[in-house]
Design a protein. Structure first.
Ligand code: ATP
Ligand code: MG
Length: 558
């Protein structure tokens, strides 16, 4: 799909306009500003690609800035995972920044606001403050502490910083307007007391700035020209502007905020809080469970970075909320893997096949092309012998004319090998087929150039040589939710829509070349889908995650 881009999206258009109105190109600067309170998900991917693509397009720096204002929920593990994810996607940030590096500056500015009569210490508890907020149609109530003197405010704020007051005893609030139609402007809290260890500043601070007070100021400090965020921050823009208006005068560039629509994906939840809940409730194993829509989860599942970037580029940038079908993501994964993944043979539900007229003890080495889409990938050798495994689903004792796989009395080709004909079966005490017997046409070897080798038979099936095959565990995944919009139901919780069949394990037999497979490289198990080695695999053990099937079977299943 990754079609040539013909038109500019609205943010590119806006920047083009800025430039033609005289905005200096060397002042353009972007940032991606995650809060390190969870792993990045597919929604963040959109914001990442947007900012870094713009950086490339305008040859402008892109900062990675951690908005780390809440020590209760944030930690270094999340910082590390975010950095690792962005690098894996192939993007490079200019500076690694932290809002916590600006705590001192933010404190100084807060003092400035107090001195200007634009901020005050409120000594009410949070519930009382919340109750005084009013409603969208009803003005709020002024706090009885709103008119505290500047001196008293300064003294209290300093005491708060010095750890002389308990958590919840006081907050610093901006003095804006308790009757503002924008509820966010009703004297928002700027600082709260928290005796919490911060993953970067340690115990240096026991007052922490609120996100809204920090975010816009951090953009300003970094000289971010185009501050891009998702639509839910639109009402925050007035507040960010108000805060910037109160700072001491300077000639510095002010960030300009533009909002774009979040990426919403069908059958998926994209909220760190909800993803964390899936882990807490043990519905998934961790942030990088291959069913998680996190970048780490998708990576472990085998989604290549190129596919993810093609996906968000195809989904596009818009101003209006919409939902992207998860099948587009899967399509982009298949499309990429079809080009890059080597084809190999693996049997995920094996049944024994014995070629009765093949010499006992004989072994052959056959040649197989690695990827017909990409000749540079060359070919490899696969061993062939009298006893093989094939898929249980590829055999039926009796079948109609439309069945093109193996049956008794009819011919199929074994991929890269010979034409065979089913002759009889052996069953266990329960009536299940334990062994299939067949004969082969000795002259029909693929690529041998004989007349028999060119004979057309209707079906081709894959196989592995029993004596040479390696055992592998195959982990199959399906969508985590069985509802298109699991978190959009009023009466039900998103966890009510968990797909109970989202995980299953099979014991497979795979061709021996897979012993040398590199980690992180997906392969195609012919006729089955794409698979990737999982990190759980111990030395000498093969554990595969199924990335995606060869085609979209999901709509059929419904
Ligand atoms: P969540 O709602 O999942 O907790 P968040 O918005 O709180 O995510 P942040 O770490 O603050 O997470 O987000 C960093 C950046 O990623 C922000 O600019 C935010 O607007 C953007 N972002 C988050 N979710 C999405 C999404 N679904 N689509 C596009 N951008 C997103
Ligand atoms: Mg959010």
């Amino acid at each position: 799909m990754a079609e040539e881009k013909t038109s500019l999206h609205f943010i590119e258009q806006m920047i083009e306009d800025d430039l033609s109105n005289g905005f200096s190109p060397d002042k353009i600067r972007f940032r991606f500003p995650p809060e390190p309170n969870g792993f990045l998900h597919v929604g963040h991917l959109k914001a990442i690609a947007l900012n870094f693509n713009l950086g490339k397009r305008y040859n402008a720096p892109v900062n990675l800035r951690f908005d780390d204002t809440n020590p209760v929920k944030e930690n270094q593990e999340f910082v590390d995972a975010i950095k690792e994810n962005i690098s894996w996607l192939g993007f490079q940030w200019e500076n690694e920044c932290y809002a916590s590096d600006y705590f001192e500056q933010l404190y100084q500015w807060a003092v400035h606001l107090i001195k200007e009569g634009k901020a005050y210490i409120d000594s009410q508890d949070s519930e009382t403050i919340a109750n005084q907020k009013g409603t969208p149609t009803q003005a709020g109530t002024n706090s009885p502490f709103r008119n505290r003197s500047v001196e008293e405010n300064l003294a209290l704020f300093e005491e708060m910083k010095a750890g002389k007051h308990e958590e919840g005893a006081h907050v610093l609030r901006a003095k804006i307007d308790m009757a503002s139609p924008n509820m966010l402007l009703r004297d928002p809290v700027m600082y709260r007391i928290l005796f919490k260890h911060h993953h970067r500043t340690g115990d240096a601070w026991c007052i922490y700035p609120m996100y809204d007070w920090t975010h816009g100021e951090s953009d300003y400090i970094e000289g971010v020209s185009h501050s891009l965020c998702t639509l839910e921050f639109k009402p925050h823009r007035d507040l960010y502007d108000w805060f910037l208006d109160q700072l001491p005068p300077s000639n510095d560039l002010r960030p300009y905020q533009t909002e774009f629509a979040r990426l919403n994906l069908s059958y998926t939840v994209t909220s760190k809080r909800k993803l964390a809940q899936l882990i807490e409730n043990k519905i998934v194993s961790d942030w990088d469970d291959p069913r998680m829509p996190t970048i780490s989860g998708m990576r472990r599942r085998g989604y290549p970075p190129n596919a993810l970037i093609n996906f968000v580029n195809t989904a596009g940038i818009s101003k209006r909320e919409n939902v992207i079908d998860v099948s587009l993501l899967e399509f982009c994964v298949r499309e990429e893997l079809n080009k890059t993944a080597a084809r190999v043979m693996a049997v995920v539900n094996p049944v024994k096949l014995i070629i009765t007229n093949y010499p006992e003890g004989k072994e052959e080495v056959l040649e197989a092309i690695n990827n017909p889409e990409d000749e540079t990938q060359g070919s490899r050798n696969i061993p062939f012998s009298k006893e093989l495994f094939i898929e249980r689903e590829d055999f039926k004792e009796e079948a109609n004319r439309k069945y093109f796989r193996l049956t008794l009395g009819k011919e199929v080709r074994l991929k890269n090998a010979y034409i065979i004909k089913g002759t009889s079966v052996e069953k266990d005490a329960d009536g299940n087929i334990s062994t299939i017997y067949c004969t082969y046409d000795e002259d029909s070897k693929s690529g041998s150039g004989t007349e028999a080798s060119m004979r057309k038979v209707k079906g081709t099936i894959h196989w592995v040589s029993a004596a040479h095959a390696l055992d592998a565990e195959v982990r199959n995944y399906d969508r985590l939710f069985n509802d298109e919009a699991p978190d959009q139901h009023k009466e039900k919780d998103f966890t009510d829509f968990i797909n109970d069949d989202s995980f299953s394990i099979q014991n497979a037999k795979v061709e021996p070349s897979l012993a040398n497979l590199d980690e992180g490289i997906a392969v195609q198990f012919q006729r089955l889908g794409y698979y990737i080695l999982d990190k759980d695999a111990k030395e000498g053990q093969l554990v595969f995650n199924k990335t995606v099937g060869l085609r979209d079977n999901w709509s059929k299943k419904q």
